[in-house]
Design a protein around this ligand. Structure first.
Ligand code: DSN
Length: 417
């Protein structure tokens, strides 16, 4: 074997799985709210010699020689992220959003300290204190919920809960809450009870960067975490933004506190994706993501589907199937849609009675389809088709027709060509 032999010769099995995955992405409509299609440029940066290098430490202060170009790339990623979000300090090394949250917890919390965060089935995230996650094992966690009537967070309830629990940190942020967080209100509550505030913008990083979603940095939130592969399309990974006073603490919590060598090929991808996010085209993209989601929510509502909180402010919505389709579980809905080429994920809903592997809802997002070039007309068509399938998942006439229509849309809007 030579170092320059092509993948297809060195490992045809992996090559064929990658090619098949590319075909799968091209020939289906990805509506998983946390996914996206990155540019060829981001992938070009990721699949490079940057993967060969150890660069423990930070630009200018590494534990290894030969880091000149690592410094250059990491500094580009940091500077671009600072420009995008207006943060004092940025750490681009977290391997994912969970590791970014870990970096913040390790900066300001001791084991046993208290976290107040949004409950998972109400839209929260495992790394916000779920018992199966390190955050739930290390810390004392209580959670707030959405109002069962409105589906919105009740901030007075959060304030009362914080007053009683006296958390050390309050986490705002979610993976399935379809509304914007009131960062200023949570910050006021945190100030009132003497807690830190972490805003986890994992899902909306791109929307915040483009200015089409509130930016917690503008509301003096001291810690903001994000992932870089969702709405911002900068390749897989995480990042932390923080006030200058916490810069050293955050950096040492990431390395050496919780990670070893940074994945420098991914840091290079982040740098490229952030440069793309600084363009006017990206702002248009982010605006279209939200417009598409609002149109899709309208379509679902017109067909009688129930949405948690009645709609969306951002890129995703949570369909609660219990009223409109009491006999259809989230798992069955996910599978019926996948059979016709629409990829979503089953999702628990507030007041869930089924297991997380079955669920009563589906989460639907618009970032990947918007990347493919879908506007509101195409989204409306997709919404209509999805409802047809949910209404008659076992009717072959319906599923064959919808499947053909999805194939046509995929061909008309190729991702990479
Ligand atoms: N797993 C991601 C999501 O789907 O929301 C969050 O980490």
């Amino acid at each position: 074997m030579n170092l320059t032999d092509p993948l297809v010769e060195v490992d045809p099995d992996v090559q064929s799985a990658i090619a098949a995955e590319r075909d799968r992405q091209e020939s289906t409509l990805d509506m998983i709210a946390s996914e996206n299609h990155v540019s060829e440029a981001v992938m070009d940066a990721q699949g490079t010699v940057m993967t060969n290098k150890y660069a423990e430490g930070y630009p200018g202060e590494r534990y290894y020689g030969g880091c000149r170009y690592m410094d250059e790339v990491e500094q580009l990623a940091i500077d671009r992220a600072k420009e995008l979000f207006g943060a004092d300090h940025v750490n681009v090394q977290p391997h994912a959003g969970t590791q970014a949250n870990m970096g913040v917890y390790f900066t300001v919390l001791e084991p046993g300290d208290k976290i107040l965060s949004l409950e998972l089935s109400h839209g929260g995230h495992l790394s916000h204190g779920h018992r199966a996650n390190f955050s739930g094992k290390l810390y004392d966690v209580e959670q707030y919920e959405v109002d069962p009537e409105t589906g919105y967070i009740d901030y007075e309830e959060v304030a009362a809960h914080a007053g009683e629990f006296a958390p050390d940190i309050i986490v705002s942020g979610s993976s399935a809450y379809p509304r914007e967080f009131e960062y200023d209100t949570i910050q006021e509550i945190a100030d009132e009870v003497g807690a830190y505030h972490l805003a986890d913008i994992a899902h909306v990083t791109g929307l915040v960067a483009a200015g089409v979603h509130a930016n917690p940095v503008d509301h003096d939130v001291p810690f903001v975490t994000g992932s870089t592969h969702k709405t911002i399309r900068a390749g897989r990974g995480g990042m932390i933004l923080c006030d200058e006073e916490y810069a050293d603490g955050v950096d040492s919590s990431v390395f050496p506190g919780s990670q070893g060598g940074p994945l420098m090929h991914n840091v290079a991808g982040k740098a490229v994706g952030f440069a793309e996010a600084l363009t006017p085209e990206f702002e248009e993209y982010a605006r279209q993501v939200v417009d598409n989601a609002k149109r899709l929510a309208d379509v679902f509502r017109q067909h009688g589907l129930s949405l948690v909180s009645g709609g969306t402010d951002k890129h995703l919505m949570l369909v609660d199937l219990r009223e409109s389709h009491p006999d259809l579980t989230g798992k069955e809905a996910e599978s019926a849609l996948e059979d016709v080429g629409v990829i979503v994920n089953k999702n628990t809903v507030p007041g869930e009675t089924r297991s997380p592997m079955v669920t009563s809802g589906i989460r639907v997002g618009t970032p990947p389809l918007t990347t493919r070039g879908f506007g509101e007309d195409e989204i409306e068509t997709v919404g209509d088709l999805m409802v047809e399938v949910l209404n008659d998942p076992d009717d072959a006439e319906v599923t064959d027709r919808v499947s053909a229509e999805i194939d046509r849309l995929c061909e008309e809007f190729p991702i990479y060509g």
